[in-house]
Structures are given as structure tokens and as C-alpha cells.
Design a protein around this ligand. Sequence first.
Ligand code: OAD
Length: 245
Amino acid sequence: MLSHQAPADTIREWLANAVSIAALTGAGISAESGIPTFRGPGGLWRTYRAEDLATPQAFARDPQLSWEWYNWRRGIIATAEPNAGHVALAELERRLSHFTLLTQNVDGLHDRAGSRRILKVHGDIWTLRCTVCTRAWRDARPSLPVLPPKCACGAMARPGVVWFGEGLPEDVWSAAVEAARAAQVLLVIGTSALVYPAAGLVQLAQSAGAKVVEINVAETPVSAMVDLSWRASATAALPQLIPPA
Ligand code: OAD
């Protein structure tokens, strides 16, 4: 898009004129909090194979190994703090009655920054779910002392996240689709936009008429199709759009 305006000015204008706004975040928004992304430099999938750790088959084969990996990630996330990007999105929610945060992240940093209307399409690492009775509960201990953890019913628990090859939680996903369709502006922050169906929310919002803004340090498959692609980090960009209260 050709414009004489700085990206921040254009986006601020779009935000100011919109009643309904949504944001879709990915691992990049937590990168500056010290949490590794999946695919960039230092990304988890550059060192570990998802097929060994994050699929139903991997868990069935070796639940101990899969749990050790999630327990290690819990430890990293527990020492991280929400950054200015998370805080700006929480502030945006406070200012608007129609704002929905759609996140692929399982780290819980949006909650800790103060966001409340969050649709976690890939689940939450701080939730455990029984593999038999399907009861779900929260356990925020940075490190679980016994692996694999057990449900009160005695069966093995699994991490409350979505694995490759699994469907997304239906109620969360339909609410995410609804929010993407209703948005007049969609901010797409720190995601490689490679993992579907979450990445499909970008096109869905745009075909439903939203102005789509990408904030990412690198180009992605959606950079060319969005209305404005801003090459900036989450902590540099978001506080310019939503100044602290
Ligand atoms: P990726 O690791 O695939 O992509 C992270 C994106 O963030 C990249 O496009 C980076 O360029 C960008 N990025 C890095 N640092 C940034 C910063 N400081 N500011 C802005 N952008 C930055 O992570 P996701 O797109 O979240 O799924 O990955 C999607 C899904 O793949 C994850 O939810 C996870 C993973 O496998 C499941 O676990 C089911």
C-alpha cells in the first residue's frame, strides 16, 4: 500500500474509526519476554521434532518424554514477564467494548498482562486434562514434581494444549471465527501465519471487510495480502498504537 503516512499514524486512524477490533497473536509477541518462538532463529522446531513431542501419537508412545518437554517449557515461561506488547493489548481491551484477543500462544502472558477476553485457540500450558475422564484443571506450578501427572480419577493427565493432528476446541474456535468476521480491524502480531486453521482467520477477517494490519519482524505468507504490513517488533509497535494509560 502506498502511503505518505507513517504506519503508526495510519493504523491509529483505522483503530480510532473502528467499533469492533480483534487481534491475533503468535509466539512472536512473547519473544521479547524471552520465550522461544517455534520457527524463527532459536525456534523450538529447529531443535525439537514436533512428531516426537507434540502429537497424540508421540504422547501415546512416550508420555514421559512429551511431559518432560512441556515441564521444561513451563519452567521457561514461569520466569518470563509480560512485555509492553502484551500490556498494550490489555489496555486496548480496557478501552473498547468490542475487542477480542485471539491467541495461538499457550503461555498465559496475555492473562498476566491483564487481558480478559482471550480465545486461546491452541489451549493453555497451565491447564491439565485427564486422558480418560476429560476433566480439566489449572496447575500453575512452574515444574510438576511427578511426571506424567495424574487426575484425581487415577488416570494419566495430558497438557491442555492442542497437538498437531488434533482439532481445535470447538466452542473457542467458533467464537474466534465470529470475532474475525465481526472485526473492522484485525491486528496480526508475531505469527508466521503458517499453521492452519488459525492462520485462516486472517483471510476470513479480510474477506469479511476488516482492515488487516500485520506487525512482525519478518515477512510472512500473509504480508503481501494484508492492508498494511509493518516490519516492527511487538514491543516497538504496539505501545505506539495504544499508549499506556
Ligand atoms: P512461529 O514461531 O511460527 O512464528 C513466530 C513469528 O513471530 C515469526 O513470523 C517471527 O518473524 C515473528 N517474531 C519474532 N519475534 C518477534 C517480535 N519481537 N515481534 C514481532 N514478531 C516477531 O510462531 P506461531 O506463528 O505462533 O502450535 O506458530 C503457530 C503455532 O505453531 C503455535 O501456536 C504452535 C506451533 O507449532 C501448536 O503448538 C499447536
